[in-house]
Every structure is written in structure tokens, then in C-alpha cells.
Design a protein around this ligand. Structure first.
Ligand code: DON
Length: 313
């Protein structure tokens, strides 16, 4: 089947997922779980799950696809979507949309670029987005959690207090980024408020099934689970474009080269990827590479698009 584009009608998602899982088995357990947040360091790196949700909401999965994991930076896609939906284009005066080529928690570009982060998916940019969402809603992390519950259809989604507190206790770098931006006038709310919502947003726990389903609005060009429109066609296109160019940090070029899809990773080992008009993919395996992306997760997405011929290219 490799390299032969399949027709959409003939897609056997379950069979494809099972083949992907078998093919990437040697890579499962590779890499290391995030160690800078102690609550994440203890997760077994041999876990692996993958799910596909098609635009009609049907979900298929393999391995640990129903097992909850820490969403971490994947939430940055959802806060961006909610902020654009409520606040519109004004956000782009406060955060750029160029790949950073730097680690996700890097400080160096911020000074050269006067406190305007390169993009919404590095930590500095995500802090700006959360700041704006806080201004628009008064409770950014709860707004996000409620949205994820509604879109995933899982009212049991929750924050993980241990992860949030562990992150806050080890959050000096994020605090430095937020204070630095505040010094440039690029924080609207008090820094401790923004950090609080950012840490809690990162702590949300969900499964591959939840994540693939919750992200379907990106495959549906901005349309939510209840058929209402969250984003304009342009906004949905733009979020997918920024995921493609910036969603995996200083590995975004390699991710685009291997996978060919908009994607967003998190240090919990999850990745969401979108095939616009068709489906959303979610994969989880906690072993990370040096850039903070799941080793088996990237391999599985690479295998999925190679086997099926499905990508945005
Ligand atoms: O800000 C942090 O350090 C984490 N809570 C989130 C980082 C993250 O997931 C980056 N992703 N690869």
C-alpha cells in the first residue's frame, strides 16, 4: 500500500492504524519523557496510542488511544482558536507568525524583537494568547476546558492539579518570558494571573480519542461539533498554516518534511495533526526527542501519511 494514494471512500482507518502501530513498534519507548516537570517524568515511555476522528465524528483507535495524558502545549492551538474567534485579527499585533527556529522556551529572540514573540506556539507566544483570552473571557483556563469538553463530547475532561502545581513550582522560565514581555508592554493582565491560567491550561488531561475529536473543527474548516461556526474559513486556514510552520518548534521543518500535515506537539508526548476536509489524528507516546516532540508519535504520523498518501501536499 505504501506510496499509493488511497481513494477517500476506500479508507480503512482501523486497518491503517493497526499497520502504523505495528510498523512503529521498534520506536516505541525511544526518547525520554519530559523531565523538567517532575509530574511528567514518571510516565512510562512505552505507552503508545493513536486515534483518527473523521469529519463526521467517527473515531478509530489503536493501543492506548483511550488513555488520558497531559495535553501540555497542544492546548496552545485551542487557546489560539478561541482567542481569534472572540478577538479577531487584533491578536496579530502582539504575536508574530514566523517559525522561531529556537527551542519552545527560548528567551533570546524576545529581546531582539522588542517583546513580540515569533509565533503563538512557542511559550512566549502562547503566554500572549492566554493573556488575550483572559482579557476576553475573564477565566481563560476554564473557558478552554469547557470548550474541550464540548468539542470532545467528554464532560469528564479535567485539569490535573498535580501537573499544574508542579509546573508552577518549576515555572521560572515561563515567568521570565512573561515578565520580559510585560516590560515591553505586551501583557495586559498581571503576570501571575497569566501564568496561573497558562499552567492550568497545560495540565488538562485528555486521551487521543478526546483530542482527535476536539480538534475536528480544524478539519471542518472552522465548524464546531454542534455545527455552529467557531472560525471563519480564513481563520481555520491560518491556524492550520501556523501549525504546519510553527507547531513543532525548531523541528517544524523536519515535521513538515516527514509528515506533511499541520501538527502541534506537547511535552506530555501527544501530537495533534489535521488533514483539512477529511480527519484529525491524535497520537501519544511519552518518549520525547531533543526538541520536545514524541519520537514514536512523529514516526507514527510519518508512517500514516506515507502509507495512505494523505497529506496537504
Ligand atoms: O510551558 C511549558 O514548559 C509546558 N507546560 C508546555 C511545554 C510544551 O508542551 C512544549 N512542547 N513541546
Amino acid at each position: 500500500m505504501e506510496n499509493e494514494a488511497v481513494t477517500r471512500a476506500a479508507l480503512d482507518y482501523q486497518g491503517i492504524l493497526e499497520q502504523v502501530a505495528a510498523d512503529v513498534a521498534p520506536q516505541i519507548g525511544g526518547g525520554r519523557p519530559a523531565e523538567y516537570i517532575p509530574a511528567l517524568a514518571s510516565v512510562d515511555p512505552r505507552r503508545f496510542g493513536m486515534a483518527v476522528a473523521d469529519i463526521d465524528g467517527q473515531v478509530h483507535g489503536v493501543g492506548d488511544w483511550r488513555e488520558p495524558f497531559s495535553a501540555q502545549s497542544i492546548t496552545k492551538v485551542f487557546t489560539l482558536a478561541l482567542t481569534l474567534a472572540r478577538g479577531g485579527e487584533e491578536l496579530w499585533a502582539h504575536v508574530g507568525r514566523e517559525p522561531s527556529g529556537n527551542p519552545f522556551n527560548s528567551l533570546v529572540q524576545l529581546e531582539q524583537e522588542q517583546g513580540i514573540p515569533r509565533n503563538p506556539f512557542i511559550n512566549a507566544g502562547a503566554l500572549v494568547v492566554t493573556d488575550h483570552l483572559q482579557g476576553l473571557t475573564g477565566d481563560a483556563s476554564s473557558e478552554l476546558l469547557e470548550f474541550l469538553r464540548e468539542e470532545s463530547g467528554n464532560p469528564g475532561l479535567a485539569f490535573d492539579q498535580e501537573v499544574a502545581e508542579s509546573e508552577a513550582a518549576h515555572g521560572d522560565r515561563n515567568a521570565a518570558l512573561a515578565h520580559f514581555m510585560a516590560a515591553y508592554g505586551n501583557m495586559r493582565n498581571p503576570v501571575p494571573t497569566v501564568l496561573h491560567h497558562y499552567f492550568w491550561q497545560c495540565s488538562i488531561t485528555l486521551s487521543c480519542a478526546d483530542l482527535a475529536t476536539a480538534g475536528l473543527f480544524l478539519a471542518r474548516h472552522g465548524v464546531r461539533a454542534d455545527s455552529s461556526r467557531l472560525l471563519t474559513l480564513s481563520e481555520a486556514k491560518r491556524i492550520n498554516a501556523v501549525m504546519l510552520t510553527c507547531g513543532t518548534y525548531d523541528a517544524a521543518g523536519d515535521f513538515a518534511y516527514r509528515v506533511g500535515l499541520p501538527g502541534k506537539s506537547g511535552v506530555g508526548g501527544g501530537i495533534i495533526a489535521v488533514i483539512p476536509g477529511l480527519c484529525t489524528l491524535a497520537v501519544w507516546s511519552p518518549g520525547l526527542d531533543s526538541r520536545g516532540n514524541s519520537v514514536a508519535g512523529v514516526a507514527a504520523l510519518d508512517r500514516f501519511t506515507t502509507l495512505t498518501g494523505l497529506s496537504v501536499f
